[in-house]
Design a protein around this ligand. Sequence first.
Ligand code: 5GP
Ligand code: MG
Ligand code: MG
Length: 171
Amino acid sequence: MPEFIPLISRQTIQNRVREIGKQISRDYQGKDLILTGILKGAFMFMADLTRQIDMDHDIDFIGASSYEGTHSTGQIVFTKQPDLEYRNRDILLVEDIVDTGNTLTKIMEFIQLLNPNSVAVCTLIDKHERRKKAIPVKYACFSLEKGFIVGYGLDYDEKYRNKPEIYDLKL
Ligand code: 5GP
Ligand code: MG
Ligand code: MG
């Protein structure tokens, strides 16, 4: 049976998301902000974060999943393209978790081609142990060394996204 080790409570998530939302509101004052969530893992974090940002901004989503071929090439496939115009705008990519950094590296390369004014990263969890690519994480709600995290949008085989707290899953 999988074991769920409680890591971060609802209250702790709520407090931290409020703080990060305030910081973003300060940092992006007067800018043309688009909050771009990376599906699916970031959906719950996005819903809470946008409500804690106290300035006008647009919402977009992109879909990206790792390419599951015969070789592990680190390629990603876009399952949803951005809907909005990104040229000259300030893009804040919202991720559930940064692990190796491969996914965000590819996404940031792609977003740069759209000629935004700026691109930055906000992640719910910054997980360090397996990092391969340097990612300029501007905002991280929580920092962890390792673990396999589920809940609050994060899945194991598409399950457990609905859990309102964050757990370390021991299989
Ligand atoms: P990357 O290794 O490219 O930085 O991470 C790619 C994706 O793998 C993340 O956006 C997330 O969807 C998934 N991932 C990485 N670590 C974890 C984890 O601990 N738990 C869950 N549920 N997904 C993870
Ligand atoms: Mg993700
Ligand atoms: Mg996943």
